[in-house]
Design a protein around this ligand. Structure first.
Ligand SMILES: N[C@@H](CCC(=O)N[C@@H](CS)C(=O)NCC(=O)O)C(=O)O
Length: 202
């Protein structure tokens, strides 16, 4: 049985679409227009995503939402794709750090900057926008990927987010970040995911 991906164009579901393309697993896309309450009421979708948010997946008896949780699940579910270091690989720790970086650090930092939140480096769990971007630049300085040579699922989460920031003009000026996004864009799997987005946008 193939994996079902509940997806909407121009959304965080693009991350999981890219990851599934990298994995090369059998999957089908179920489009949910998250701007349409009727579409979001889809009962099987709501089992996978109680809040009615995309992305979500169904994989046999497994129902799961949240792009980071889904990516952790899929990268371990398909070890042959080589997108997650094994449990006994010393890179595993770094990988886990970067896997939660997008929801834990990058997204709140962006909201801080563009939502006009007051910066509070001490109290805010992510620190502040500029520190988050500095950590990212330092993490990518060696490259080509977050873990060095191996491309991993963490690059899908972070790469898709940085690409989105570039599209909306929110990516800080940085040769390191720009080169990383360009490398992500060279990947055929990312190109296929973006092509589906573009096709849906008409
Ligand atoms: N933390 C979640 C956030 C998912 C999310 O907020 N998705 C948005 C689209 S990007 C959504 O479905 N919004 C519709 C809604 O909340 O009704 C993830 O990373 O998957």
């Amino acid at each position: 049985m193939s994996i079902k991906l509940y997806w909407c164009a121009q959304s965080r579901a693009g991350r999981v679409l890219w990851l599934l393309e990298e994995i090369g697993a059998d999957f089908e896309v179920v489009e949910i227009d998250v701007r349409d309450e009727g579409a979001k009421a889809h009962p099987l979708f709501r089992i996978a995503s109680p809040m009615g948010k995309v992305p979500a997946i169904s994989d046999g008896d497994v129902n799961l939402c949240d792009s980071a949780a889904i990516s952790l699940y899929l990268a371990d579910r398909f070890p042959e794709a080589g997108l997650a270091p094994a449990l006994d690989d010393p890179l595993r720790a770094r990988y886990l750090y970067w896997m939660v970086f997008t929801p834990g650090m990058l997204e709140p930092a962006l909201t801080e900057k563009f939502g006009g939140w007051e910066t509070n480096r001490f109290q805010h769990g992510w620190g502040d926008h500029d520190s988050v971007m500095d950590v990212l630049k330092a993490g990518l300085a060696q490259g080509p990927w977050l873990l060095g040579k191996p491309f991993s699922a963490a690059d899908v989460l972070v790469g898709a987010s940085l690409h989105y920031m570039q599209v909306i003009g929110a990516l800080p000026e940085s040769d390191v970040l720009a080169a990383y996004v360009a490398r992500c864009l060279e990947r055929p799997a990312f190109q296929r995911a973006l092509a589906r987005d573009a096709a849906a946008a008409g």
